[in-house]
Design a protein around this ligand. Structure first.
Ligand code: HEC
Length: 155
């Protein structure tokens, strides 16, 4: 009896460990010929991630323009629009497919936009904001170097 209980516990532990690895750490990725890891997403999930990406790009453009015009209030507004509060609830199915490091990089990017917004409001220093943007964009470059998205052709 006691041995059976141990075996059952072990099986549960392994299953739990496997699920934890799959859904929290590794995500659903395939290493591709160009050396990047391809997230395996459905067409809808891919569209969701890419739409967020285009918002990032628009925000970067808006911030550069606002800082150039010395309008740091506008820079703050633009940055905050892609801050953490902007993150829509991501479906659990998509969360499970994203590797932990991808999620962390994404979160760090949203947080960095919030930081930029706060400093732009409080310091009003264009040089400082531009420096923050340059640092923040290392997240964009870093993530794009490692990941891409594969999805079956949309119907
Ligand atoms: C956590 C990872 C990650 C971060 C951080 C990230 N991206 Fe992306 N981005 C991706 C992936 C993956 C793709 C899809 C690339 C592919 O399939 O070749 C992508 C695609 C894009 C696209 C193409 C969108 C489209 O419609 O095709 C743009 C534009 C973009 N990113 C801009 C940005 C900008 C600007 C930032 C930083 C402010 C950024 N991204 C930060 C992962 C990231």
């Amino acid at each position: 009896m006691c041995r059976l209980a141990w075996i059952v516990a072990l099986v549960f532990l392994l299953a739990f460990g496997g699920m934890f690895y799959k859904f929290v750490l590794s995500g659903d990725v395939v290493t591709t010929r160009d050396g990047r890891k391809a997230l395996q997403l459905s067409p809808g999930e891919r569209a969701l991630v890419l739409a967020e990406m285009r918002q990032f790009l628009a925000a970067v453009q808006g911030i550069v323009k606002a800082v150039n015009e010395r309008d740091l209030k506008a820079a703050a507004r633009t940055a905050r629009a892609v801050g953490q509060a902007s993150v829509k609830t991501v479906p659990a199915s998509l969360m499970g497919k994203l590797p932990l490091s991808f999620k962390r990089l994404g979160l760090a990017t949203h947080q960095a936009f919030d930081r930029l917004a706060l400093d732009a409001e409080q310091l009003g220093d264009p040089e400082h904001s531009l420096g923050q943007l340059a640092t923040l964009m290392q997240h964009c470059v870093g993530c794009h170097a490692v990941y891409r998205i594969d999805a079956p052709a949309a119907p």
